[in-house]
Design a protein around this ligand. Structure first.
Ligand code: ZN
Length: 449
């Protein structure tokens, strides 16, 4: 079959280029995640209309996948768009601790305008989408009386809604009861449109305040019909046990499936019998665990001598127990994390190393953490995935399978959202100059059979 055009480009009313495929978009010769063999995938309007070993539809615009892997696009379940890319505005987190990060941010956020936050978050969103993510949950710090971060992130959500679905969690960074205004600000943020309610019980002054903050968040969640999306037990202190409080509350309030607990790094240090009790409660509450491997391997264990704890949620054990586990990138170049480019493959790469999920089958399965598992948490499983009739939210990676994708860590060739190409990459060519000869490196690390 002759490719008519790769992707036809037309201009919209403002003179901007948009991709347009009135006759459909046909991806030819792709490997599909969890499918055997190679397939053609036809996308019409916003959905996958056909999957077959060969589709003859010469009218469609054609993408030649040449044996590369096509999979559902990624979801980042925990991110801070408001602080993203602020590195350079402060002198650096010298101790590398969470607490120094919070202290730097508490000074820095007073200086940021809504416009500043909007501009940086917009740049971050473009990197995030270009790396294959089309769904994102971001926290908005709502400790500022003017709610500038929430205002900015609402604008970002609207501005980029054609390329990424963003949910905003109202996040009480400094605690709900550490200042008399914080609880009111949290409620105001929900009234002004935040999608989820955040908590940070381990940052409250006392254990009692931490418990009270969870009760308060549930009162708001019930009043406004929202879900809970918390920072929970982000510490190496194994006495930090708010996950059990959150799980108990979830079960008692009938909030099963509506609660996500982010970080939960204290869990890394729990004893075996207590962990088993927690697992039972997480199951009953159908709580989603959101691990943030890039940021927590950087922040945790900072008060340890050697051996140092990894300070990561127990992804492997929780998955084996049937708990829904997902990942977040958390931060890019901000007071908490000096690196990152918004790439969930990097987050997954770190996760499989930290949790030693590095058997070939484990690596392949680990992609659930950034695809199907977050779809469960967000309640979109029935419209997401590679299946006829499902939404065409897809990513074409420059690799033949999941293992090669994590080995190479290349940006995707194509990112498709609701049937439209929203990011694409041209060829990257690297050469080796060896014994006076230039040799172009092969595209595949492992030869495709
Ligand atoms: Zn966070």
């Amino acid at each position: 079959m002759q490719a008519r055009v790769l992707v036809s480009m037309v201009k919209d009313k403002r003179g901007c280029y948009i991709s347009s495929y009135p006759l459909g978009l046909l991806i030819k010769g792709a490997r599909l995640r969890n499918w055997e063999g190679m397939y053609d995938v036809l996308i019409e309007n916003s959905t996958i209309s056909e999957i077959s070993p060969e589709i003859k539809n010469s009218d469609s615009d054609i993408i030649e996948a040449r044996g590369r892997i096509l999979m559902p696009s990624f979801t980042d379940m925990h991110f801070h768009l408001d602080s993203a890319l602020t590195q350079g505005l402060f002198s650096g987190n010298k101790s590398g601790t969470l607490l120094e990060g919070i202290e730097i941010w508490s000074q820095l956020k007073r200086r940021l305008t809504t416009e500043d936050i909007f501009n940086r978050a917009s740049r971050a969103v473009k990197f995030i989408v270009s790396n294959g993510t089309t769904r994102l949950r971001t926290h908005a710090d709502v400790s500022d009386p003017e709610l500038r971060t929430l205002k900015a992130l609402k604008l970002v959500k609207e501005e980029f809604k054609d390329i990424i679905d963003i949910q905003i969690t109202a996040f009480p960074q400094d605690g709900i009861f550490t200042n008399k205004n914080n609880s009111e600000l949290l409620e105001k943020a929900v009234e002004e449109g935040a999608d989820n309610i955040g908590i940070i019980p381990h940052n409250e002054f006392t254990r009692e305040d931490g418990i009270r903050s969870i009760d308060f968040a549930f009162d708001l969640a019930k009043k406004y019909g929202r879900n809970i999306d918390g920072h929970v037990d982000e510490t190496d202190d194994e006495q930090s046990r708010f996950l059990e409080v959150l799980a108990a509350k979830t079960i008692r309030e009938g909030y099963q499936g509506k609660v996500a607990a982010g970080h939960v790094t204290a869990m890394h240090s729990y004893g075996g019998s207590y962990m088993q009790k927690i697992i039972g409660m997480l199951k009953l509450g159908r709580i989603t665990i959101v691990a943030n491997p890039l940021v927590n391997i950087h922040l945790q264990g900072r008060y340890d001598s050697y051996p140092k704890r990894r300070g990561i949620a127990r992804i492997k054990q929780l998955l084996a127990e049937g708990i829904n586990v997902t990942l977040g990138h958390d931060c890019i170049m901000d007071p908490w994390y000096p690196m990152g480019k918004g790439d969930m493959l990097q987050a997954l790469f770190m996760a499989v190393h930290l949790e030693q999920m590095t058997g070939i089958d484990e690596i392949k399965k680990s992609f659930d953490l950034i695809t199907s598992n977050p779809a469960i948490a967000l309640g979109v499983s029935s419209s997401y995935g590679i299946q006829k009739g499902r939404l065409a939210d897809l990513v074409l990676l420059d690799a033949k399978d999941e293992v090669e994708a994590l080995a190479k860590l290349l940006p995707p060739l194509l990112v498709i959202k609701s049937g439209r190409i929203v990011a694409r990459r041209n060829e990257l060519i690297t050469s080796i100059l060896h014994k006076s000869r230039e040799e172009e490196l092969p595209k595949d690390i492992i030869e495709t059979p």
